[in-house]
Design a protein around this ligand. Structure first.
Ligand code: DC
Length: 223
């Protein structure tokens, strides 16, 4: 069997990581794992079970229930305990709480273990915050995406509007800025660029030109 080829994509929210990851996965025939969906899935579980109050997660109770949380990807569909929650995990309500849940070390250990299994025996494109630093420090290619916060806010706003979510660009920008801060300053696996990551400024590319550029890099490494 050919050795699995792991592509790790990290960067802040709404820099286009998932779009790039999906494009690469499709072109290469690899599965795509959106690790952010997993943190969002645990957050939705927390909200459904009343495990958050006044921005405080009831951590002990959550940890005692971790084994009851079953997450699964099926193509672009994401399942939480047998229910398709692909749309629900993108809500502003989940976005506003997810950084709190993602900062809990035991939640990270729980999800990182599952992410490692997904790339252990098969090639994969995985995107998130700590994929090149923690989940797959030996990934075959590591990419770190950046983009101007205003462009990121507009992208996310357009996505939410397409789903008929009532919000404003300013509200989305504030949420992004707050999450950037929480995600990069948390003690456990903060968002940092791996020393050997290739930095891509999404503002400089179209979706297709970025994908094609990365496909060239992948082809070089595969040969
Ligand atoms: O990529 P996203 O916006 O869907 O991610 C949701 C949240 O999950 C984000 O605020 C940070 C967290 N996250 C993380 O801590 N580590 C990852 N590998 C992926 C996401």
């Amino acid at each position: 069997m050919k050795k699995p080829f792991v592509i790790a994509i990290d960067g802040a929210s709404s820099t286009g990581k998932s779009t790039l990851a999906k494009g690469l996965a499709k072109a290469l025939g690899f599965p795509h794992v959106d690790s952010g969906a997993m943190y969002r899935g645990v957050t939705l579980y927390v909200q459904q079970h009343g495990l958050i109050e006044n921005k405080k997660v009831k951590t002990e109770t959550l940890l005692s229930q971790l084994d009851d949380i079953h997450l699964r990807f099926e193509g672009d569909t994401f399942w939480l305990n047998g229910v398709d929650v692909s749309a629900e995990i993108r809500s502003m309500q989940v976005s506003e709480a997810v950084s709190l849940v993602a900062a809990i070390p035991e939640v990270r250990t729980f999800l990182v273990a599952q992410q490692r299994i997904m790339g252990a025996n098969q090639s994969v494109v995985m995107d998130g915050r700590d994929i090149g630093t923690v989940v797959f420090p030996k990934a075959d290619i590591k990419l770190f995406l950046t983009a101007d916060v205003n462009i990121r806010a507009q992208r996310r706003f357009d996505e939410l509007s397409a789903q008929n979510t009532l919000t404003s660009v300013a509200e989305v920008r504030n949420n992004l800025a707050e999450r950037d801060h929480l995600d990069s300053t948390r003690a456990e696996s903060p968002l940092v660029q791996a020393a050997d990551a290739i930095v891509l400024d999404a503002t400089q590319y179209t979706v297709e030109s970025m994908r094609d550029h990365v496909l060239d890099l992948v082809a070089e490494r595969l040969n």
